[in-house]
Design a protein around this ligand. Structure first.
Ligand code: FES
Length: 86
């Protein structure tokens, strides 16, 4: 379990906790490599913004993915993080 402020993106919370996750564009919603799968509590995440929606529209968003660099948790959320390099 990882606790993080809603002011911090999931990406920065994960990195701050030492969890390795790809983030090739540095958090600019360009690369899509930081996509994480939401397993439960998705309503506790910040709304999907236009840049994130554009990046995930094709296949990942309908499958429950969010960009970690664009998402902020306001309540408990369970996510699955792909192993870096996977
Ligand atoms: S780090 Fe590139 S889209 Fe999130």
């Amino acid at each position: 379990m990882l606790e993080a402020s809603s002011a911090v993106s999931l990406l920065n919370a994960l990195l701050g906790a030492g969890i390795r996750i790809r983030h090739d564009c540095g958090g600019k919603a360009i690369c899509g490599t930081c996509a994480v799968r939401v397993l439960s509590g998705g309503s506790g995440l910040s709304p999907v913004g236009p840049r994130e929606s554009e990046r995930l529209a094709a296949t990942l968003r309908p499958a429950g993915y969010r960009l970690a660099c664009q998402s902020h948790a306001t309540r408990e959320v369970t996510i699955e993080v792909a192993e870096e390099g996977a």
